[in-house]
Design a binder for this molecule. Structure first.
Ligand SMILES: Cc1ncc(COP(=O)(O)O)c(C=O)c1O
Length: 383
């Protein structure tokens, strides 16, 4: 039996429970996240097959699952490395055995960099900059370790979050190339604004702009005599519209592993490929109002116009209309007899990555049975 420290988070399943176990067993407390392993494995294989077909290297963003066990499945299927979003996430996911970790976030502050020591000294981490300030910090850090740190310059292809204007990449790339302790390793972008457009045609347009800008920046840098080994782009939503001929070398989709309703709304998955659901218990019913034990602390406040805060399996058209911290409220059309206090329902995620940040452990299900505990190793690893 695993001994957990006194302040360890309570988990939906007691340590001593032996698996497999029926997924509807009351041994599993709620709310708890279930992941359908057949669906997960199908999602991993499909994305890998797409990447292989186009000649892209696949670097899954692990923020969507935060689990060493799932990263290992992605690596075994052919992923060449992983992408992470914080230094502590990088450290937690190092146990996956990934030899090539991209930390796709500009790091400011030595406390953060110190968390990377092991990966940096063993040459397993690449970092990202979009300013001279951040580049200087990396240079100081690399020199203090006596190592050479590979650096990508982030390009803003329209999301307006981080990244330099495509016209300013060369200046920063040359700055990196000339900095002590650093090696210019290429360019990256995240076209997250594909979430902000609704039509299929607009998503294709965003993806093609992403490809065109990155291809043009690559050509400009090469014309200046810089080698650009890595051109990293492509999310779950935009990757399907990128091509091997675009000059992109790798894609970094994350959500595809579990999928969610907002990704479905952007044409990147179908309902039957959403692997994750929140198992929750009905705690109150009044007329057509049904209240479950999953609120904003588990479902988060992510919502969209079509699905509210999430949908409920078996109740077509039912979407959450109200969330408190521990309560989720949805309406059913024909309440009497269709659902009762004590019933369990499965809720589908709007944004699965933030669900995962709130769970110490999720449960792998196959054939109606819980067969695997999946530790969420990088839960709450924002530092
Ligand atoms: C920098 C970066 N790369 C890749 C991804 C993966 O995107 P998605 O989960 O939509 O596939 C994200 C997600 O937020 C990201 O921030």
């Amino acid at each position: 039996m695993t001994v957990r420290s006194a302040n360890a988070l309570p988990r939906p399943l007691a340590d001593e429970v032996i698996l497999p176990m029926e997924a509807d067993s009351l041994e599993l407390d709620t709310p708890a996240v279930l992941v359908d392993l057949d669906v997960v494995e199908g999602n991993i294989l499909r994305m890998q097959a797409f990447a292989d077909q186009e000649g892209f290297r696949l670097r899954p963003h692990v923020k969507s699952h935060k689990s060493v066990a799932v990263a290992r499945r992605q690596l075994q299927a052919g992923a060449m490395g992983i992408c992470v979003s914080s230094a502590s996430e990088a450290a937690a996911m190092a146990a996956s055995g990934a030899e090539d970790v991209l930390l796709a976030y500009p790091l400011v502050g030595s406390r953060k960099m110190d968390r990377l020591d092991e990966l940096a000294v063993s040459g397993r981490v690449t970092v990202v900059t979009d300013s001279e300030f951040v580049t200087e910090g990396y240079s100081r850090y690399a020199k203090s370790l006596g190592t050479v740190l590979p650096v990508l310059v982030e390009v803003d292809t329209g999301m307006n979050r981080v990244g330099v204007d495509p016209r300013s990449v060369a200046t920063l790339a040359l700055d990196v190339a000339r900095s002590d302790g650093l090696r210019f390793a290429g360019i990256m972008t995240h076209a997250g604004h594909a979430h902000d457009v609704a039509s299929h045609a607009d998503i294709v347009r965003v993806a093609r702009e992403e490809a065109a800008i990155m291809g043009a920046v690559r050509e400009e840098l090469e014309a200046l005599g810089l080698e650009v080994p890595i051109v990293s782009a492509g999310s779950t939503i935009t990757s399907p519209y990128l091509r091997g001929t675009d000059g992109i070398t790798e894609i970094r989709p994350g959500t595809y592993v579990y999928n969610d309703l907002r990704t479905m709304g952007r044409f990147a998955c179908t309902a039957d490929t959403i692997a994750a659901s929140m198992l929750s218990t009905v705690v109150s019913i009044n007329g057509d109002r049904v209240t479950v034990d999953a609120g904003s602390k588990t479902l988060t406040t992510s919502r969209d116009e079509v699905h509210g805060y999430g949908t409920v399996d078996g109740f077509a058209g039912a979407a959450f209309t109200r969330l408190s911290e521990e309560h989720g409220v949805f309406s059913v059309a024909a309440p009497s007899g269709s659902i009762a206090v004590g019933d369990r329902v499965r809720i589908r995620p709007i944004h699965v990555c933030v669900w995962m940040d709130l769970q110490p452990e999720v449960y792998g299900v196959r054939g109606g049975k819980v067969v695997e505990r999946i530790n969420v190793d990088a839960m709450r690893h924002s530092l």
